[in-house]
Design a protein around this ligand. Structure first.
Ligand SMILES: [Cu+2]
Length: 272
């Protein structure tokens, strides 16, 4: 009986889940760390729909998680700790109805060296029953340490990657972000890049559905441009092609996405 209920619940979830964009979150506790700041940075990894605030999806232990500093990669897999999140945050009206939890991950990293720290995660492919496909979102975020602004524009060499052409920190709201999308080692022209605000406390309301996810396309050189309208964390997800995966004798397409997170700061008080 319990099993029947969980099947019904899963079906409800499938039909209830709109085609809103999925995003792999990789959010640090601080993105610009100066010498007097706490040098311990915690990272939050969760697979969700950031503007809607949920539902959070089950995130398996990733294939890789690490940081690149001055061209050197450090494996951080052993620092990952699983956490349980409710499907929806408390501010969400669905939170009262849909009880249950999804696995997310946390890690802490002690900064020692000055320079840009490019954190990255390569998740296991996630099977999305509603769309009959796998989704794999290779995700980056840059943390600047101790004043040395060096390294943010270097490729990590991931299978899907957004290489920032705009410095991804020290970024005002209203600034324009540019990124180069590289998928399977090549620039990806004319593909969609989904953009979402991490609506952590539910303060942003979309007046109509198309406002949930902003969509821009890469040009013939694989470059996209987006002007960030307000302060907070913003995610960019370039939707690429990752071939297929066989499961139970059937072949399913793999959406191989490149994701980057940047934080926009509010304009200073005293300016207009
Ligand atoms: Cu989903």
């Amino acid at each position: 009986m319990k099993r029947l209920f969980s099947v019904i619940f899963l079906l409800l979830l499938v039909f209830a889940m709109p085609a809103w964009a999925h995003f792999q979150l990789l959010i640090p506790s601080n993105d610009i760390v100066s010498v007097n700041d706490n040098r311990s940075v915690s990272l939050f990894l969760c697979f969700t729909h950031p503007m809607e605030g949920g539902p959070n999806m089950e995130m398996a232990r990733p294939e890789a998680f690490g940081v690149m500093i001055r061209g050197k990669k450090i494996d951080l897999m052993s620092s990952l700790k699983p956490i349980k999140l409710p499907f929806y945050p408390a501010w969400h009206s669905e939170a009262q109805k849909e009880k249950g939890t999804a696995t997310a991950w946390k890690a802490t990293y002690q900064l020692r060296r000055p320079g840009d720290h490019i954190f990255y995660v390569v998740p296991k492919p996630y099977f999305e029953p509603a769309e009959e496909k796998y989704i794999k979102q290779i995700t980056k975020v840059v943390v600047n340490a101790f004043g040395a602004e060096e390294g943010w524009d270097q490729p990590v060499g991931l299978k899907a990657e957004i290489i920032p052409l705009t410095r991804p920190y020290g970024f005002w709201e209203g600034n324009t972000f540019r990124g180069l999308v590289v998928i399977n080692g090549k620039p990806a022209p004319n593909i969609e890049v989904e953009v979402e605000y991490y609506n952590k406390d539910g303060r942003a309301h979309a007046p109509k559905d198309p406002f949930v996810t902003q969509v821009v396309k890469t040009d013939e050189n694989g470059i996209f441009v987006y002007t960030v309208p307000w302060a907070g964390w913003w995610g960019f997800s370039a939707l690429g092609d990752g071939g297929t995966i066989k499961k139970g004798g059937k072949e399913y397409p793999v959406e191989l996405d490149a994701v980057i997170w940047i934080k926009a700061y509010p304009r200073p008080e005293g300016v207009r």
